[in-house]
Design a binder for this molecule. Structure first.
Ligand code: ADP
Ligand code: MG
Length: 566
């Protein structure tokens, strides 16, 4: 690690709880708060004097002082919703910033120095504006957000995904108010979230609520509109839930209006009270597997994340659903923060981790404007996408375009973002004009290459065939956030992606081998080689890294099988 550089912290900014970590001695380490707390409830409130409270102190007043406490604001990141606290209005990112500021302060005490850089986790399904809001929250808290990291990716890092090539994980994350299922895959050193699904309104707090309802039905004399009583019952219900995570029978007692009330809840009864909630956990799992086109048997591990997976009834359900024991050696509510700490170490260029590339999914398509010839007529204004929505980032794609007019002297490259067929309905990002040798229409062709980095930098390179010179244009998603040097560095890292997959030696070799075997064989075998070679060629032409790897493996297998059978 370079000297004199401020340490980077990892942060899990959760809907219910947040946590902070750092990377030291080759390991991510959880940083405790001033009161020794592992987690900081993501709750902000005001005390009776009007002072801002963050964390445990604010959570304690959540039910008793609902007008002076706000929780679960993460759901509203990236929206214009405002929350009123006393006589002030807050946006979700301002509330998040207060939580981040507390975590930053805890880290500064623990590390004994000022902390200004962080890696923060976000749900895999967060869109661009939600991610921007998290970055803005970081900035408000005085933190430079070096990287946003998907929560399931962080969980997989914590479980050592980075230590092995080729692994598939299902991350089952049941937090306080949200349920997220993600399928994470590592191949050739690239970690990807292949699919994510979930239920935005299902979490551990619903189990507490189910217990509270059960408590009330047992004693109908208890009024349901007394806030203090409600707060007390919620507290007791949560306590019963926690007890059942370590024993089979839980007890609670309450004195109200001079009367004694008591409850005895068994695991079995709890399971019955929550049967509806438990069955809602199944659908997102099936959906995620379907979207990723994976079979549950292909998964190397199922990992449990989120405090609510401490409930034995949830663990049992997961074990039954997957026919195996899920991984849970790490504290489920710390896993994401630990992964963020690994990411922090990665950014600090700690040697132990420098081979990992993290990917993201492209939120929209990027392409250029093209004209089309309809007989004699030329119609302008069509969108030709180069990088398509949902492509894995980082990515580099090249396509060829040719001149439309005789003696055309320039080609305009106008870069658009969007999904519409006509560029007028998309967003113009930037454009450039390059001069081309004057020839007959169609005789001059230009290779246009789009390279998109994890930081949201788009590099457009145009190369007239037969000429050495390349014209380059850089389009930034968040202009000014990186220096020209940093941009150059980020793009340099992607140089290896810029070779057309057809030209990658391993691919060329396999094609040559397949061609040779085609010549040597006859009949059905020959057809089979032809078929799988075709699929491989198609994938190469599409420059789709994932499809290439899959098609390559299949073709390899087909050739090997033919060898065995001979
Ligand atoms: P989030 O990721 O949504 O911020 P967490 O992962 O911290 O939240 O999970 C919080 C939820 O986990 C709460 O509903 C809490 O009651 C529940 N929880 C935490 N510990 C336990 C436990 N020991 N037994 C049962 N539930 C627990
Ligand atoms: Mg969480």
């Amino acid at each position: 690690m370079a000297e004199n550089i401020s340490p980077i912290i990892g942060i899990d900014l959760g809907t219910s709880n947040s946590a902070v970590t750092c990377f030291s001695q080759g390991q991510p380490q959880l940083i405790n708060g001033a009161q020794g707390e592992r987690l900081t409830p993501s709750v902000v409130g005001l005390d009776d004097m009007g002072n801002v409270l963050v964390g445990e102190a604010a959570k304690a007043r959540l039910v008793s002082h609902p007008h002076l406490s706000i929780a679960s604001f993460k759901r509203y990141m990236g929206t214009d919703k405002t929350f009123t606290l006393g006589d002030r209005q807050f946006r979700a990112e301002e509330l998040s910033a207060l939580v981040l500021r507390k975590l930053k302060a805890d880290a500064e005490v623990a590390l004994g120095c000022s902390v200004t850089r962080a890696a923060i986790t976000v749900p895999a399904y967060f869109n661009d504006s939600q991610r921007k809001a998290v970055k803005a929250a970081g900035q408000l808290a005085g933190l430079e957000v070096e990287r946003l990291l998907n929560e399931p990716t962080a969980a997989s890092l914590a479980y050592g995904l980075a230590d092995n090539n080729e692994q598939k994980f299902l991350v089952f994350d049941l937090g306080g108010g949200t349920f997220d299922v993600s399928i994470v895959d590592m191949f050739e050193g690239v970690i990807e979230v292949r699919a994510s699904s979930g239920d935005a309104w299902l979490g551990g707090d619903d189990f507490t609520e189910a217990i509270r309802q059960w408590m009330m039905t047992l004693y109908p004399v208890l009024p349901s509109d007394n806030p203090t009583l409600l707060a007390e019952l919620t507290y007791l219900a949560e306590d019963l839930k926690y007890q059942l995570s370590i024993q089979d029978l839980a007890l609670a007692q309450l004195t109200y209006a001079g009367q004694e009330f008591s409850w005895e809840l068994s695991s079995e009864l709890f399971s019955e009270c929550c049967s509806g909630l438990l069955s809602r956990l199944k659908k997102p799992v099936v959906q995620a597997l379907q979207d990723a086109q994976f079979d549950a048997n292909e998964l190397d591990h199922v990992i449990l994340v989120g405090g609510a997976t401490r409930m034995p009834i949830v663990r049992q359900l997961a074990t039954r659903m997957f026919g195996r024991f899920p991984r849970n050696e790490l504290n489920p509510d710390e896993v994401v923060a630990l992964g963020a700490g690994i990411q922090a170490g990665l950014i600090a260029e700690d040697r132990a981790l420098d081979d990992i590339v993290l990917t993201d999914v492209m939120p929209y398509s990027l392409g250029i404007e093209v004209a089309r010839r309809h007989g004699e007529k030329i119609e302008e204004g069509y969108f030709s996408p180069l990088i398509e929505r949902n492509a894995f980032v980082p990515v580099s794609i090249v396509e060829s375009f040719s001149t439309l007019h005789d003696n055309q002297s320039r080609i305009d490259i106008a870069v658009y973002q969007g999904e519409a067929r006509r560029v007028s309905d998309n967003l113009l990002l930037d454009s450039m004009s390059i001069s081309v040798p004057q020839r007959k229409a169609g005789e001059v062709s230009v290779d246009v290459r789009f390279t998109y980095t994890l930081d949201g930098i788009l590099e457009v390179q145009c190369n007239i065939s037969g000429e050495a010179a390349t014209s380059t244009m850089i389009v930034e998603k968040a202009p000014g956030s990186l220096s020209p040097q940093e941009i150059a560095e980020r793009l340099k890292q992607l140089d290896s992606l810029k070779q057309h997959p057809r030209d990658v030696p391993a691919n060329r070799q396999l094609l040559a081998e397949a061609g040779l075997r085609y010549e040597q064989t006859l009949g059905e075998r020959r057809q089979m080689i032809d078929h799988y070679t075709g699929l491989f060629e198609q994938a190469l032409n599409r420059q789709d890294t994932r499809a290439i790897v899959t098609a390559r493996d299949v073709l390899r297998q087909v050739l090997d099988q033919l060898d065995d059978g001979m």
